[in-house]
Design a protein around this ligand. Structure first.
Ligand SMILES: *Cc1c(COP(=O)(O)O)cnc(C)c1O
Length: 426
């Protein structure tokens, strides 16, 4: 039977589930290395690739990307600590996000990270004051996050060209030259912009990069800021659904290189940051669930599994406009012909808890293992793990042919230990 099993670096899936149980996420370092490697190898050395921990903040996933040479882009104090514990040097870390607390800004100042990406003028002033009080030598480096007037092309999830809580409107920034010049304890190193996520066409990523570089050039000149760094975001998509294709990495890197070469003519010493979350980890991950029941209802056949919304809200489609199926396959009878249409659900008490609607699979029996593929990004981190008090799943990293438990599954005690019981009098 084992020869019919899906394998991760040679390890049969049943061995992994016997050791660690289900449901669980399996991440394959070979895939991460290949996906990171294609970007890194294709880009000019002046472009730094920063891993957005938001996509998958697992400590070991982050640590593996560090060993490959990535920097880290973090958006909370816990992500900052994760990056530092994962071994990223502070000078390879940037912190961004529209609602940084004073505590988070202080942590950035203390750690002396490469740059704080400031998202408002108030935040800049707060950081300036904190830096003054901290007594650390030299100014704190910042990038100004601009909300450009240009709209992104190629994504329904465009972030530029409309009112947003992110960044500083380009028009406001243009009027802030005097205010920026008055800052004593922060040094503006350059410009950051992020135009959205899930861009599936290379030409859109390239065009957005060009748009951001042009905006950075104008702002740098108008504000009198020598540009040492431009962070042009990223948002490189991966294909999840029927009819989608991954963007061509070579086309992306060639296009970005050409844009950077043009920009470098006027800014020879500028460095660049490309932020990448999804495209570095999504393909590496499989969400492995076990079929608990197979049942009919009014002509439809359901497979009820032990995993769903609480671990993988994106696959369930909560919050998306149309529900579409992530790639899903049987893992323990790999290659068996698909004979039946099933609706695959989770165990939660909500009709929305559907992992795949009317998907063609081989005949499923209770105990079978199913895998939701391309699940290494925005899985547990973007899911309501406390829903129905189920807790978060185990996560396993397969590296050099060995399976490492990189997060244990939540226990009932984990879920209850942070709560306090009020002693009510009878
Ligand atoms: C979410 C986010 C990213 C990562 O986006 P992906 O689409 O996962 O690559 C990068 N930068 C910023 C500012 C983000 O908000």
């Amino acid at each position: 039977m084992t020869d019919q099993q899906a394998r991760f670096q040679g390890l049969p899936v049943s061995g992994i589930t016997e050791e660690f149980g289900t449901p669980l996420f399996v991440y394959d370092t070979d895939t991460i290395r290949a996906d990171y490697g294609r970007l890194r190898a294709g880009l000019r050395p002046s472009v730094d690739v920063y891993y957005s921990l938001k996509a998958n903040p697992n400590l070991s996933v982050a640590a593996f990307l560090r060993t490959l040479g990535a920097g880290a882009e973090v958006s909370s104090e816990a992500e900052l600590v994760t990056a530092l514990r994962a071994g990223f040097a502070p000078e390879d870390v940037i912190f961004l996000g529209p609602g940084k607390t004073a505590g988070e800004l202080e942590a950035c100042v203390r750690a002396r990270i490469r740059a704080v990406v400031c998202e408002s003028l108030r935040e800049l002033r707060t950081l300036d004051a904190l830096a003054a009080r901290s007594g650390t030598p030299g100014p704190v480096s910042v990038l100004l996050r601009v909300n450009p007037a240009l709209a992104a092309t190629g994504s329904g999830l465009a972030m530029g060209g409309r009112p947003r809580q992110f960044g500083i409107d380009a028009d406001l920034l243009r009027r802030s030259r005097a205010e920026l010049a008055a800052l004593r304890h922060v040094r503006v190193e350059g410009i950051h912009a992020y135009l959205g996520t899930r861009f599936l066409r290379a030409q859109d990523v390239v065009q957005n990069t060009r748009g951001i570089l042009a905006e950075a050039d104008r702002l740098g000149a108008e504000l009198g800021i020598p540009l040492r760094t431009v962070d042009f975001g990223g948002g490189i998509g991966v294909a999840y659904f029927d009819g989608e294709n991954d963007p061509d990495p070579g086309e992306i890197t060639d296009g970005i290189n050409a844009a950077v070469d043009d920009f470098a003519r006027d800014h020879p010493d500028c460095r660049y940051i490309l932020e990448a979350g999804r495209c570095l980890t999504a393909a590496s991950g499989t969400y492995v669930v076990r079929a608990l029941d197979v049942k009919e209802s009014m002509g439809e056949t359901f497979v009820v599994t032990d995993g769903g919304t609480h671990h993988h809200m994106a696959a369930v489609g909560v919050g998306s406009f149309v529900r579409r199926n992530f790639p899903l396959r049987v893992l323990n009878r790999h290659g068996a012909p698909a004979t039946t249409r099933y609706t695959v659900t989770g165990p939660l008490c909500t009709p929305a808890d559907v992992l795949a609607k009317q998907v063609a699979l081989p005949e499923i029996r209770p105990g079978d293992l199913l895998g939701v593929e391309r699940s290494g990004a925005y899985g547990p981190t973007a899911s309501p793990g406390l829903f129905l008090s189920r807790g978060y799943p185990a996560e396993v990293l397969v590296h050099e042919g060995r399976a490492h438990l990189v997060r244990r599954r939540d226990t009932v005690d984990d879920l209850l230990s942070a709560q306090r019981l009020v002693e009510f009098r009878p």
